[in-house]
Design a protein around this ligand. Structure first.
Ligand SMILES: Nc1ncnc2c1ncn2[C@@H]1O[C@H](COP(=O)(O)OP(=O)(O)OP(=O)(O)O)[C@@H](O)[C@H]1O
Ligand SMILES: [Mg+2]
Length: 444
């Protein structure tokens, strides 16, 4: 105290500040710990910090083993309790050879925090995260779709290829960092209605345990809002844009030849223009380039592992810029039901692995195009007393009918084509005679 009083009295302020600066540095060398605080609630929107929840989960196991005072909390939709350390309790942990003291404390503002105090050799650098706040929000619904890859009807090879792709993606943090790409992967699911595109997305989400964000592009005001919405998605998420071909006039400035032609036609054809006008009034201003920008790289700023899934019934209508590899890394065709897919559905719906009628089904499926949705519908028992055999027989009948319908349709089409060709020939012949007549008239 005496020395401090002398110091304050006799040293000029500039020199004091200089000496104090050095003193702090010297203390820093002698005091080998650093302290990191994780607030429970952060940001202007008072959201629960993800890191805090992750730490709480991580500590839940070790805290219950080592701490003597615990806090028990019930979790939504679960009957069990989660134990975590109580306030002012401390747990010592070791992480990759570095000793870490975790303590939980309550700040004056009543939000609890976790402090992490590793020794200096473990000076980690935390990344800064971007937070953007805005008016429109995601609404949250618990995701409870029961579909899994086990119940998804699809060729087994194709299915395991997709599962491996997903696993490789999930494990690929270092890989994506090394090659300097955002940790994201794009899938394009295409195929006729009822072939299982939406079911596949549910299976993916259940497989990886990711959150699903269903993005309805027509309700997004503009690119800025789109950007904000995408930034708000959680770190492990699947962003789904269904029916991308009808969502929007996404082609924007990058018009395809076909669209230009359509637009030209609309200028002349008032009916077409009117039909389009109705849509245009509620047109959204989300543009293709806005979407592409996001897919391309902005996510890298947000960290986390993100999968984006687009679905469409008409792959040929999409702008090639949107679906080129790198944006949509994997194109998955969801197609009509094959025999392997049927076997999965028969197991799901009837609980049968094999049956003598399977041979007939195999034969008919090879000759008929039926979607897995239709197969599923036909396999379902119509009444309580219908057994597997009756269901399979009903299904075979439906297959035969579908085959017959397809045959009739193709015959009709052939006839129409032949008639159109005949018409064209007759017109050509008429043109010839007119030409001949003209030649005759001119006296040649
Ligand atoms: N591959 C499949 N495996 C298991 N069930 C399927 C499959 N395909 C379709 N189904 C069944 O049919 C229903 C409709 O399928 P789904 O909604 O996945 O089709 P979709 O391809 O998304 O169709 P749309 O193009 O109309 O959106 C599902 O609820 C499911 O019961
Ligand atoms: Mg769908």
């Amino acid at each position: 105290m005496f020395a401090w009083a002398l110091f304050k009295q006799y040293f000029p302020p500039q020199l004091r500040a200089y000496i104090e600066g050095y003193a702090h540095k010297a203390i820093g060398h002698a005091y080998p710990y650093i302290q990191i605080t994780f607030p429970e609630i952060s940001g202007e929107r008072l959201e629960r910090c993800e890191a805090y929840s992750a730490i709480q989960n991580y500590l839940s196991a070790s805290a219950s083993a080592r701490a003597t005072r615990l806090k028990a909390e019930s979790v939504k939709d679960s009957k069990s309790l989660v134990l975590s350390m109580d306030e002012n309790e401390e747990v010592v942990d070791e992480f990759e050879g570095v000793k870490v003291w975790w303590s939980s404390s309550v700040a004056v503002s009543r939000s609890s925090m976790f402090s992490l105090q590793p020794p200096p050799e473990d000076r980690r650098y935390t990344r800064t995260h971007i937070h953007t706040f805005y008016a429109s929000k995601w609404s949250h619904v618990a995701f409870e779709h029961p579909a899994t890859f086990d119940t998804l009807a699809m060729e087994p090879n194709k299915k395991s290829e997709i599962m491996n792709d997903l696993l490789r993606f999930r494990r690929g943090k270092e890989y994506y960092e090394r090659i300097g790409k955002a940790w994201k992967r794009g899938y394009l699911l295409y195929g006729p209605p009822g072939t299982g595109k939406s079911t596949m997305i549910a299976a993916m989400a259940n497989f990886l345990n990711y959150d699903v964000y269903d993005l309805e592009l027509t309700t997004v005001k503009d690119n800025t809002e789109l950007r904000k919405l995408l930034i708000e998605t959680s770190a492990k998420s699947i962003i789904v844009i269904e029916d991308i071909d009808c969502s929007l006039d996404l082609t924007g400035q990058r018009k395809t030849k076909k669209r230009e032609k359509d637009d030209d036609e609309e200028k002349v054809d008032p009916v077409k223009r009117m039909a389009k006008g109705g849509e245009e009034s509620k047109d959204s201003k989300v543009t293709l380039s806005g979407l592409l920008n996001f897919i391309d790289g902005l996510w890298s700023a947000c960290g986390g592992e993100r999968i984006i899934v687009f679905t469409t019934n008409f792959v040929e209508r999409l702008d090639p810029a949107l679906i080129r590899r790198g944006r949509m890394d994997k194109h998955i065709e969801m197609s009509y039901c094959c025999f392997e897919s049927f076997k999965v559905l028969a197991r799901n719906y009837l609980g049968v692995e094999s049956h003598p009628l399977f041979a007939t089904v195999r034969q008919l499926l090879a000759e008929t195009k039926m979607t897995p949705a239709d197969v599923a519908e036909n396999l379902m028992p119509k009444s309580d007393d219908e057994d597997e055999e009756a269901c399979l027989e009903g299904f075979i009948e439906a297959l035969e009918k579908a085959k017959e319908d397809a045959r009739k349709k193709s015959e009709e089409e052939e006839e129409e084509k032949a008639a159109a060709a005949g018409e064209a020939e007759a017109t050509a012949a008429r043109a010839m005679t007119r030409e001949e007549r003209q030649l005759k008239l001119s006296g040649v």
